[in-house]
Design a protein. Structure first.
Length: 177
């Protein structure tokens, strides 16, 4: 077998391998998988609300006199979601991601709303302007029951820049979700 035949066979093997890999990728639906994963996370948060989110608590981040904070693997927005307990037994899931502009924050806010409405179709919602800070929020609840799930997009001005942040909260809406 001469050199050109070997090169041709190698190219054919590489082409076959690429088709095999790409064929496997074509069978997966990233959007559906992502929505399914988000729904599983939202469901686990809603179910574990009654027990102070014990089912989704990770490593303790802060153990203080006024507040206790735990990490969690349930990441709905950004990569730094936490569980906050301040005073008493009330625990809230808090998740946020900061963006350099309003448009990106609003896109994430809209995607979060779309996912929550897909995951919790029987829950009612109310969208309003925030009382504190420029922005919008939407609160989802099932027949006024706890917990509530809230998504906010809010201006977070800095000294020399104007950023926007998208938040997701799961907890008691009376805690200013």
């Amino acid at each position: 077998m001469d050199r050109s035949q070997k090169s041709s066979q190698i190219c054919q093997l590489l082409a076959y391998f690429c088709l095999l890999v790409l064929g496997g990728c074509a069978g997966t639906d990233t959007q559906t998988r992502t929505t399914t994963q988000y729904c599983a996370g939202i469901e686990s948060l809603v179910k574990s609300y009654e027990n102070g989110f014990r089912d989704v608590r990770g490593k303790t981040a802060v153990n203080g006199h006024l507040v206790d904070v735990w990490r969690t693997d349930v990441q709905l927005v950004g990569n730094n979601c936490e569980l906050w307990q301040w005073g008493g037994n009330q625990v809230t899931y808090v998740c946020s991601k900061t963006f350099p502009n309003k448009e990106l924050s609003q896109e994430t806010y809209q995607r979060a709303k779309d996912v929550i409405e897909t995951c919790l179709p029987e829950w009612g919602h109310l969208e309003t302007t925030r009382k504190l800070g420029e922005g919008t929020k939407v609160l989802y609840q099932r027949d006024g029951q706890l917990p509530g799930v809230a998504v906010h997009t809010v201006a977070t001005p800095r000294l020399f820049t104007s950023e926007w942040t998208t938040y997701v909260f799961v907890g008691d809406p009376s805690d200013q979700l």
